[in-house]
Design a protein. Structure first.
Ligand SMILES: Cc1cc2nc3c(=O)[nH]c(=O)nc-3n(C[C@H](O)[C@H](O)[C@H](O)COP(=O)(O)OP(=O)(O)OC[C@H]3O[C@@H](n4cnc5c(N)ncnc54)[C@H](O)[C@@H]3O)c2cc1C
Length: 815
């Protein structure tokens, strides 16, 4: 048994490439009081058998920045540490065997350009010039990324470990962490086979063991292992070490030169989950039995693409476990359940290419107390607590491995482990033809199929099969009245004598308002970035109802709870399941609601921005005059057990008013016409209200100020260098989703943060930030530009506006 120190500032659990990268980056930032504990030997988990592909292009800009950083780091690591890494920048070729796949690759190429990556679109012939063994008879086109690379994962991990040790970090092998110590909601250290270690911060980098390590402290780390297969051939004459990586997602295969041989790996549509009952105690350098029947069809696809495989022998059939998360994105950051416990795990087959960047930003997060930029895509706070459920993880893992190489269709929904969280109205909506989408396990009606039609997605990059149905829902809301089930909203109550004081410091807007008022506000960090975007209703002198999005439930509740000072008399409670929410929206919503209640709904008695408890059917509900669609309307907060009866009453009375059920796709179309921002797309913790055009919701002079005010004041004085702007595309046959590059007078100035077709405006709409090369972004500068948006490598003219394209004065909302 190794001896270990009794104290360290940071303890890292796990000596795979991720743990070693976190140790390396902490040490590089000057935090050398780091102890990494590995239960067996460095790399013995998943890292040792990785194929070593290091790609750069990820789904979002910030994740691409991390992958780019990884290649830069690996490129110089050998020089810095003296330990070889095997890193080579050989480039990568991705081929498309269908028009749809080629559109996906070209959209990716546009994104790559926007993110500052070198990228080339290739003809099939050009692809074969770069990859001479390629069969191109069915290839439509290809994309080449010259800066992609490959490395030796074991050597790279050792180089990171050496770099960490050289800067003072201690790395101890052969010591297993058996417990996580805590007191008063904070981590205080770890228990190990060799004794306890006190620590301020503990980092769970335990790979496929991370769920079990998290469970030691009741922290949810939703991941599950799956088998992952590759083969290595006999030597193939003429293969050179400079051969690019080849990806053929249609054949679910990747190919890499490996010492004169070919390594061929797969992401099959139905994966084999592994270790559901727990990862075996003695697992180290694990090699699982090969499964020839499982890989045979995959092999056949690879042989069609690279025919020399038909006549080449196979030296190695490899099968090793890797961990996967329910949404194929890794888990990073401080766990909401326990202060000081950080997680970096669940790398979904891209842990080698992610480790550099993930290690760097996690080290920054630990040292600075916040992430260096928006990392919401991988932030562990996006997970719902139920997602650590083993059966759920097992069933979802069957699907997620294959999704890596499946078509990444817009609006694509998971097919496995569905129906987990349902609104009280779910069955009624299903009977009415709802097609559901899922957010953190919550089933939400996205659109309603017409009678006789099947509520099922037919995906494409163009107008999908629900386009017309959703357009009709949209028009019902603009012209008559629509009913949305928004029960998935997160709802918190903050109650107590100090509730107003506490909340007013958290909110940028003034929430010390009369009882019955609703306030739209942001929560800011001290840098002025937007941590949350929500509404706050004063229910009583000492009580607030706080409403935010389903996707940010854990994150927002965590932010609120941590913002309550120890000595304050205020308590936050998550009451989300207690309330169903119906959005009754549209110019005829008042008439319809008035027919069902005695309450006076006139504008004078019940103006916009107010909230009251009213009779509705046999129930008492909270009606709030607020909207996310830009029309007269009411959000109805209904105790869950009354939801069905209230819904029935509204639907029964709705016919004469033109009532129509509406889903989230229509909601998205309606809100983007109004340029209402969406947190997670249009606004994040790195965007300020001034950049986002939300200065109207900032109460600059309120007594006591608010968190983030000083940073915001400084920015106001300097004026903003980037600004969120609304765009309408000049061609109706092209659609915007996100990350499409924005060109101004032929120069790249930004990218689309969210997009949707606006059925009243009659165009594909998007929001996106514009930057002016570090100079002030003025209204004149915005107005004087000629704009184009790049869609699948083609530039399409677009109109830009600082104001919403629909009802910019907001007259329809307040009537
Ligand atoms: C076949 C295959 C091919 C792959 N190819 C690629 C590729 O080409 N490119 C790419 O980017 N990624 C690839 N990957 C994925 C990559 O290998 C992983 O994402 C990565 O290695 C994960 O690293 P890690 O540090 O998170 O986990 P691991 O390497 O598993 O490290 C976790 C460590 O934690 C230790 N540990 C666990 N519990 C405890 C405890 N209680 N106390 C102390 N220590 C503990 C374990 O012993 C283990 O060493 C591949 C994966 C597979 C299976």
């Amino acid at each position: 048994m190794q001896s270990i120190p009794s104290q360290a500032r940071v303890v890292i659990i796990g000596g795979g490439i991720v743990g070693c990268s976190v140790a390396y980056h902490l040490a590089r930032r000057g935090c050398s009081d780091v102890l990494l504990l590995e239960r067996r030997q460095l790399t013995c988990g998943t890292t040792w058998h990785a194929a070593g592909l290091v790609g750069q292009l990820r789904a979002t800009h910030n994740l691409t920045r991390l992958a780019q950083y990884t290649t830069e780091l690996y490129e110089g690591l050998e020089r810095e540490t003296g330990q070889a890494t095997g890193f080579r920048q050989v480039g990568s070729v991705a081929v498309a065997a269908s028009e749809a796949r080629f559109e996906e690759l070209k959209r990716g190429a546009s994104m790559a350009r926007c993110f500052g990556l070198e990228v080339q679109i290739l003809t099939p012939g050009e692809a074969r010039e770069r990859w001479p063994l390629l069969a191109i008879d069915d290839v439509v086109g290809a994309v080449y990324l010259p800066k992609d690379g490959r490395c030796n994962p074991v050597d790279t991990t050792q180089a990171l470990a050496r770099g960490a040790r050289l800067r003072g970090a201690r790395i101890v092998e052969g010591v297993k962490v058996t417990g996580i110590l805590r007191a008063h909601g904070r981590v205080t250290g770890v228990a190990t086979e060799a004794g306890e270690v006190r620590a301020e911060v503990v980092v769970n980098c335990a790979g496929m063991w991370a769920r079990e390590v998290g469970a030691l402290a009741e922290v949810s780390v939703p991941l599950h292992a799956a088998e992952h297969f590759y083969i290595v051939t006999e030597p193939i004459p003429g293969l050179t070490a400079n051969l690019p990586i080849l990806r053929d997602a249609d054949a679910r295969s990747y190919f890499k030169e490996d010492a004169g041989k070919l390594l061929v790996g797969w992401f099959e549509p139905e994966a084999k989950p592994w270790g559901t009952g727990g990862i075996p105690e003695n697992s180290a350098f694990e090699q699982l039995p090969p499964d020839m029947a499982h890989i045979e069809p995959l092999f056949a696809g690879a042989m069609r693409r690279v025919p020399i495989l038909e006549t080449t022998g196979v030296q190695v059939f490899f099968n090793g476990p890797e961990s996967f998360t329910p949404d194929d994105r890794y888990l990073l950051g401080e766990a909401p359940e326990l202060e000081g416990l950080y997680v970096a795990a669940g790398f979904n087959s891209i842990g080698i290419q992610s480790a550099g960047g993930a290690g760097k930003v996690l080290a920054d997060w630990i040292i600075d107390g916040h992430p260096p930029f928006d990392l919401w895509d991988v932030d562990i706070r996006r997970c719902a607590p139920f997602q650590r459920n083993r059966r759920y993880l097992r069933d979802r893992t069957v699907e997620v491995l294959g999704l890596l190489y499946d078509m990444h269709w817009p609006y694509r929904q998971a097919a496995s482990a569905r129906g987990v969280r349902k609104s009280a109205l779910h069955d009624r909506l299903a009977a009415a033809g709802a097609c559901f989408g899922e957010v953190a396990g919550f089933e939400r009606a996205n659109w309603f199929a017409a009678p006789g039609e099947e509520p099922r997605y037919q995906y494409s990059y163009g107008r999908q099969n629900w386009f017309d149905a959703s357009a009709a829902e949209h028009h019902a809301v603009r012209e008559a009245v629509g009913l949305f089930d928004q029960s998935s909203f997160a709802k918190f109550v903050l109650k107590g004598r100090d509730a107003a004081r506490v909340l007013n410091h958290v909110c940028a807007n003034d929430v010390d308002v009369p009882v019955g008022r609703i306030v739209y506000t942001q929560w800011l960090n001290e840098r002025g970035g937007i941590e949350a975007d929500l509404t706050v209703t004063r229910e009583a002198e000492d009580s607030y109802l706080i409403v935010s999005a389903c996707a940010t439930q854990a994150r927002d509740f965590h932010w609120l709870s941590r913002s309550i000072p120890d000595d304050a008399r205020a308590v936050a409670v998550d009451v989300s399941p207690a309330w169903a929410v119906l959005g009754l929206m549209g110019p005829r919503s008042r008439e319809l609601l008035q027919s069902l209640t005695d309450a006076d709904l006139s504008t004078a008695a019940f103006p916009f921005g107010t909230s009251r408890i009213i009779d509705l059917g046999y129930a008492r509900v909270r009606a709030s005059r607020i909207t996310y669609v830009g029309e007269l309307g009411y959000e109805l907060y209904i105790p869950t057990e009354f939801a069905q009866s209230v819904y029935d009453v509204i639907v029964a009375a709705g016919g004469p008013y033109g009532l129509r059920l509406a889903g989230y796709h229509a909601l998205n179309s309606l809100r983007i016409e109004k340029a209402y921002r969406h947190w997670g797309h249009d606004i994040s913790d790195e965007d300020t209200p001034l950049e986002a055009g939300l200065g109207f919701a900032v109460s600059w002079e309120k007594a006591g100020g608010f968190l983030g005010r000083e940073a915001l004041r400084a920015q106001r004085a300097r004026r903003v260098r980037r600004r969120l702007v609304a765009f309408a595309l000049g061609r109706a046959d092209r659609l915007l989703y996100h990350n499409e590059p924005i060109w101004r007078n032929g120069e790249l100035v930004g990218k689309i943060s969210s997009g949707m077709f606006g059925h009243t405006v009659g165009a594909a709409l998007g929001l996106g930030y514009l930057a002016n090369g570090g100079e002030i972004v003025s209204e004149d500068w915005i107005a004087s530009g000629r704009y184009e948006i790049e869609v699948a490598a083609e530039r399409v003219p677009a109109r830009a506006s600082l104001r919403a394209f629909y009802d910019p004065a907001g007259e329809r909302v307040k009537c």
